[in-house]
Design a protein around this ligand. Sequence first.
Ligand code: APR
Length: 253
Amino acid sequence: MDPIQIQKAADVLRKSRNTIAFTGAGISVESGVPPFRGENGIWEKYDPKTLELGFFMNNPTASWKVIRELFYNYFGTAKSNNAHFVLAEMEKRGLLKCVITQNIDNLHQQAGSVVVHEFHGNSQNLVCLSCHRYFKPDDIDFDKLPPYCGDCGGLIKPDFIFFGEGIPMEAYQNSVEAAGRAEAVILVGSTGEVMPAAQMPYLAKQNGATIIEVNTEMSKFTNTITDHFIQGKAGEVLTELFFSLTGEELKTK
Ligand code: APR
């Protein structure tokens, strides 16, 4: 982690009157949630096909077995890490307007972030595909897959976006608006592989924003739109960045 880059990034954030964050799976790796790509990536072990909408509709049991293991048995116990807490604290102090996240793990909200635009939905919500009744994970008997709605018998699906599914309109519009107004973007833990989510930092850049990228590796953003690349783990880098910006140690709950 380069202290000079941390200071330069802190200077940008001090001057910015409108800072947003854009986060990907990498921000949750230190919470024990594996990324999708790269080392220990989910797609090394599971076939992304199981999360395609068409496959889910035709093979709900097979798809649900992967969903349960990945998003409810495994992710369900994850806790927010310092990176999530720094962004929540910055929002509380008026130093961050919002988080645009590709993640469905609810760890930004768990850390206290309020304005979170979830590009790919949230695994804490499930919905009946017939009557559109909403459920929470506690309402579901994960021993009986696939789960069916008690009211109408419809198939229940997690309310996060499968491949082939449209982006939630409200999250998309709010993210485009936020990216269009941003003067600085803190871009954390994303390969930039998946559109249209990865368009948001590009949109901010087009509108004159300064891009601060935090990642353990270079990404598709690094040599295209990133102004300050800080190589390192999100939790460690954002804790240092917070200290450089505020002169205070981060106090987690
Ligand atoms: N700190 C910071 N960055 C990290 C860390 C860490 N501790 N560990 C890994 N990373 C970085 C990796 O270098 C990589 O750039 O996080 C990124 C993870 O990349 P992906 O798994 O592709 O995550 P993301 O960009 O969010 O994927 C986008 O793909 O499969 C879909 O819907 C899924 O939302 C997801 C989307």
